[in-house]
Design a protein around this ligand. Structure first.
Ligand code: GLA
Length: 740
């Protein structure tokens, strides 16, 4: 299985875009300085005279001719803080009096827990290094991997820990990387939330001490996302220095942002050390996740634009249809049945929805939960992945054929890692779930978590999904995951090995996804976890899109989408238009407002379209057609968050510019007009100042006298002014500009 993953990843990297700017990875053997340059960034580290690997610099790109002296350890700060602790090490072992967050903490057989890692050797590649460290006495080896993206300057860092001792070694804490920043006044940005309220951008000044963002849940989680951005000074969308990072791991994770006693900042992230313990038998290795880090001189907006391009160009998988292409295709416009029919799916009902969906111009029809086993509600069915014979007496084929005949492809909902106790699978294999023998098994949404770390469970999950995709013409899976772990026991293994579950579960998830994509090279997959509970750069190597939130209220979505885009690209951000008044907030909004809110991402319709009036159908049809024309710009262009919806803002606006600057799309929203205030002029960004751009309305009007065509300089300096009549509650407008 491992071999298949590496083949898959090799295929992925083979399809990466040719770089615009030459990367530089150089090592100066006289000063022992490693240097990585990419995009607008440089990253430097070196071997200090004591033999430790020390960070030297991370920030704006340095001149090629800059001669960098050898890394110099920081001095001892009184007898209480040794130089080992104050020096920003690339990957510090816990030992020798380290008081800051260690990158690696181990326990040797016999009780010794002192680990001091020194440089041994390295190998160089055009875009990076593998640097080997070793404990000063014992056979614990760590290879640090560095790869820089020449275009964005985003650096991928990870570590391989190897036990060459004769006895087992327990890894108690293992980071993927530690990043360091010099003393300054900083603002930390991170994303927090809850079910139906994900992606809150939280901003706070960094103070001495540690701010820990984490998941102990076995998966990424809604409550915090493994992303951070640290800005020098106060938060600013378009100006100032920002250092950002994202961890590629879908299991329990932790990022600790520390400001130490000398005001230096360290960000250490990787496996969550809580309840962690990975026993490395002699000769065994542990690979950490990858921690990506980047630098922008153009504020939080600049940072997210770099990340978006990197994700779309270098992280997202390619299907057979897009292999070799620089970018994946924009997502098809989907229809999803969930909010319309919930569990009550039938052949007739779904066919009726499919007819309506096709008439709207939908590309992909997705049948959500309810089609399998004895699934009538959320008490039964999970684990029994056969087609429900009452709801679909002729199987899925007639529905899929009808969907194809209507010119759409077909997608299906699955939740492979879960089981309801009221299922045949659970009756047959009660030992397959995460549990501590003899203890209660806590349920969430009436379901238990299968222990995917077990080889038999992995084989079962891969087997039923492979069969489903082999027997049915399915283009897309919505892969759901509707609870977090409890009682994470794995009693098949020896007690000292059982905590491997934290690593092997997630690795097996990735392995199944990779294997499915190899066997079914046209399949596309969405990562959903009751909304945005499993979104990270780990899962995004294997899935094409994510479901950001179960909250589809179009007003809430403005903030949810705003927060989401700080870390993730609109390309992967699915956004459905659903019914009004909305089920969550009971807020009524116009269809046009709902459409425009969703059109800022990858558009879908999740409403009960069977009930739509002729007028609603016509509005949706018109706006879907308009969306089809500009969607590449929206989901793959450079995003500028012109006015933030955060903090109860009266207005909000976004703009995206196609990467070749040939097109731009602008969205404007009013929450609630007060005191007759007019919408602020929108000074556009990122256009070619010398080019002429023709303006066209997608929805809404501009002030009389707005030119039909003007230079990029005009639109960026004078800006767009809305028509005076653009007032009221929950109003929306959208415009496009096309270079002539
Ligand atoms: C989760 C998903 C929803 C829907 C339901 C089905 O909550 O986030 O979109 O698929 O499960 O049970």
């Amino acid at each position: 299985m491992l071999k298949t993953i590496s083949t898959f990843l090799a295929l992925l990297s083979a399809s990466l875009v040719a770089s615009a700017q030459p990367a530089a990875a150089s090592f100066d053997s006289a000063t022992k300085v490693f240097r990585l340059d990419g995009g607008g960034a440089s990253y430097l580290f070196g071997v200090n005279p004591r033999g430790e690997l020390q960070q030297i610099y991370w920030g704006g790109r340095l001149a090629a001719a800059d001669g960098i002296p050898q890394a110099a350890p920081l001095p001892e700060w009184a007898s209480f803080d040794s130089s080992y602790s104050t020096t920003p090490q690339e990957f510090a072992g816990w030992g020798a009096g380290l008081f800051v967050e260690p990158a690696l903490k181990v326990s040797f057989a016999g009780g010794n827990r002192d680990l001091v890692l020194h440089y041994q050797s390295h190998t160089a590649a055009p875009e990076g290094f593998d640097v080997l460290l070793k404990d000063i006495q014992r056979g614990v080896f760590v290879t640090l991997h560095y790869v820089i993206d020449p275009e964005s300057g985003i650096l991928a860092r990870s570590a391989t820990i190897e036990n060459r001792e004769a006895q087992p070694v327990t890894v108690e804490q293992a980071a993927a990387a530690a990043w360091a920043l010099p003393p300054a006044r900083y603002t930390l940005n991170y994303l927090t939330g809850r079910w139906a309220g994900e992606w809150t951008l939280t901003q706070e000044a960094l103070h001495p001490g540690a701010r820990v963002i984490e998941s102990r849940r076995g998966s990424t989680g809604h409550q915090a996302n493994p992303w951070f951005a640290i800005q020098a000074g106060d938060p600013d969308e378009e100006h100032g220095e920002v250092w950002f990072g994202a961890l590629g791991w879908s299991g329990s994770w932790r990022i600790a942002v520390e400001q130490d006693q000398l005001d230096r900042v360290r960000v250490t992230g990787g496996f969550n050390p809580f309840d962690f313990g990975y026993l490395l038998h002699p000769g065994e290795r542990l690979e950490t996740p990858v921690f990506y880090g980047g630098y922008s001189a153009n504020g939080l907006g600049g940072a997210s634009r770099l990340l978006h391009r990197f994700e779309t160009g270098h992280i997202l998988p390619r299907t057979a249809a897009t292999a070799g292409e620089a970018l994946p295709k924009p997502r098809p416009v989907v229809y999803n049945s969930w909010e319309a029919t919930e569990f009550n799916v039938t052949e007739g009902g779904q066919m009726a929805l499919a007819e309506k969906a096709a008439a709207l111009g939908i590309d992909r029809f997705v049948m959500d939960d309810g089609w399998f086993g004895l699934r009538k509600d959320d008490h039964a069915g999970l684990g029994d992945w056969y087609v429900n014979p009452e709801k679909f007496p002729r199987g899925l084929k007639p529905l899929i054929d009808r969907v194809h005949a209507l010119g759409m492809d077909f997608g299906l909902w699955v939740e492979p890692e879960m089981v309801n106790p009221g299922s045949e699978l659970y009756r047959k294999h009660p030992d397959w779930v995460l549990n501590f023998p003899g203890r209660p098994r806590s349920e969430g949404r009436n379901q238990l978590v299968l222990n995917l770390a077990r080889p038999d469970v992995r084989a079962y999950v891969l087997g039923f999904l492979d069969k489903l995709l082999t027997e049915n013409d399915i283009a897309f899976l919505k892969w759901d995951y509707n609870r977090n772990w409890s009682e994470p026991g794995w009693d098949q293994l020896a007690p000292e090995d059982q905590k491997r579950v934290y690593v092997e579960f997630t690795r097996n998830l990735y392995a199944i996804l990779a294997e499915l994509r190899l066997r079914h090279p046209r399949i596309e997959i969405e990562s959903c976890s009751g909304g945005g509970g499993r979104v990270d750069l780990g899962i995004l190597r294997y899935v094409d899109e994510v479901w950001p939130s179960d909250n589809t209220d179009p007003f809430d979505r403005l903030t949810i989408q705003d927060g989401f885009t700080y870390a993730y690209a609109p390309q992967i951000m699915m956004a459905w238009v659903t019914d009004s008044p909305h089920w969550l907030n009971h807020r009524a909004t116009s269809l046009s407002y709902r459409m425009l809110s969703s059109m800022q991402g990858s558009l879908g319709i999740g409403a009960n379209i069977a009930k739509w009036t002729g007028e609603e159908t016509a509005t949706a049809r018109r706006l879907i057609a308009a969306y089809h024309q500009v969607r590449t710009t929206i989901v793959q262009g450079d995003l500028y968050r012109l006015i933030s919806p955060r903090g109860g803002s009266e207005f909000s606006a976004t703009q995206t510019v196609r990467q070749d600057k040939s097109q731009s799309v602008v969205f404007a929203f009013i929450h609630s007009t007060q005191e007759g205030r007019v919408f602020p002029a929108l000074k556009l960004k990122g256009l070619d100042p010398a080019a002429q751009y023709a303006l066209a309305s997608i929805e809404g009007k501009l002030r009389p006298g707005t030119p039909a065509s003007a230079s990029g300089a005009w639109w960026m300096n004078h800006g767009l002014e809305m028509d005076d009549g653009f007032r009221g509650d929950f109003q929306a407008a959208a415009f496009r500009l096309d270079r002539k």
